[in-house]
Write a protein that binds this ligand. Sequence first.
Ligand code: SF4
Length: 504
Amino acid sequence: MLPHFYEAVLDLVIKTSTDLPPDVRAAMKTALTNEPPGTQSAQALTIIAENIDQAAEGEGAICQDTGMPTFEIKAPAGANQIWMAEQIRNAIAEATRRGKLRPNSVDSITGKNSGNNLGPGTPVIHFEQWDQDSIEVKLLLKGGGCENCNAQYSVPCELAHLGRADRDLEGVRKCILHAVWQAQGKGCSPGVVGVCIGGDRAAGYLHAKAQLFRLLTDVNPDPRLASLEASVMGRVNELGIGTMGFGGQTTLIGCKVGALNRLPACFFVSVAYDCWAFRRLGVVLDGRDASIREWQYRDPAHPSLPMIDQAGFTRTGREVALTTPIDEAAIRSLKVGDVVLISGLIYTGRDSVHSYLMKHEPPVDLKGGVLYHCGPVILKDGDGWKMMAAGPTTSAREEPYQGEVIRRYGVRAVIGKGGMGAKTLEALRSAGAVYLSAIGGAAQFYARCVEKVEGVSLSEFGVPEALWHLRVRDFPCIVTMDSHGGSLHKDVEVESGSRLKMMV
Ligand code: SF4
């Protein structure tokens, strides 16, 4: 047997969830440098940078959506894959118990969370044999917000703003640009795309995801694909989508393309979109005892340099302080672009809570209240609770419900990420409410704004989906949809659409 295999995998899982690799840090540092200070993207990037440092220092999850654990393993012939898979499942359950991973595995029929990240299809484990005596274990943690931004095109096809995409590399380039434009800030931009040209639908997505294991700084060994990657990266940041879709200089930090043979009748372009919290690491294990021989993507002998060398998120003095419950006049005075600092009691609510509120009265008084689209990582701590990670989740999923919830229960502010649609915008206008963007993935930064977890309702929905009562102080957000019909998300989508048109 391999006595160190379990502890090596547990170490890998914890490091992947908490310490962003150097190539991603470098790309995010460049993004921060390129953004003019004072812009919304610059503010967001400062929070992201501070969050990356906090996660590494405190060994906390970089993002509360710790994602689908996907393992790619290469092992010598004869290695016991059944045993290794069992050890991997044990390590995943232990990392979840320690709060390094959020319980993320949900029964698709009953909606019940397994609580330990185990279940059919979770974690994903792929084995391959190789002719070396060592074992390579790579892990990707990719969350739901960016997973929902994946796209698959069957070309030839017509694309908004870009016209026809043909079965050639120019058609592929159009598909990639379209996928990035379509994602806007919903996948927590700046993102990275892994792309597969060809294959069948299933193999295409798999191969696209496999590209995400490449280093951001590598050069594709196929000169045709290297040129395609360079051509995408040469133009894509002109879209101006920016960090979290706030508008800005950096929309994408990497584009990695692979190709598979296809059937003559099919031509798929599969795009796997990953967020700035681009978490993947690997280890090479000794084939005799599975001790770690080497870390991939990072070198423990050279610890990662901090992202922020000065104070981090600093106040300008123009922030608007709001304390819950909030009255209508205070909300009506806010405009898109204002930065607010929320204090008081707020409530989390995402998919299950919104669906519940369509049929039942809320278990708490939401009048004048703030609803936070967040699926936190929280551990039981004696009689109370310990907040481990608390960033926002993608708001677009609540679009069918949000307007009605705001009107029915008098909610004054919704915090989330990625923006919401026309129905919500109209409800904000008529009811006097605002949509506030928090910075996606900044789970440690926002966890530190939570003074106390005061209670929980609807705990039967599981940790991420329950309605948590959070006492917060100076919780910073940006008004991106106001009560006067203003929407930064709508403006950036229209403007980036017209820039997309110029890229053909
Ligand atoms: S950073 Fe955003 S998209 Fe990425 S895992 Fe976190 S919430 Fe999801």
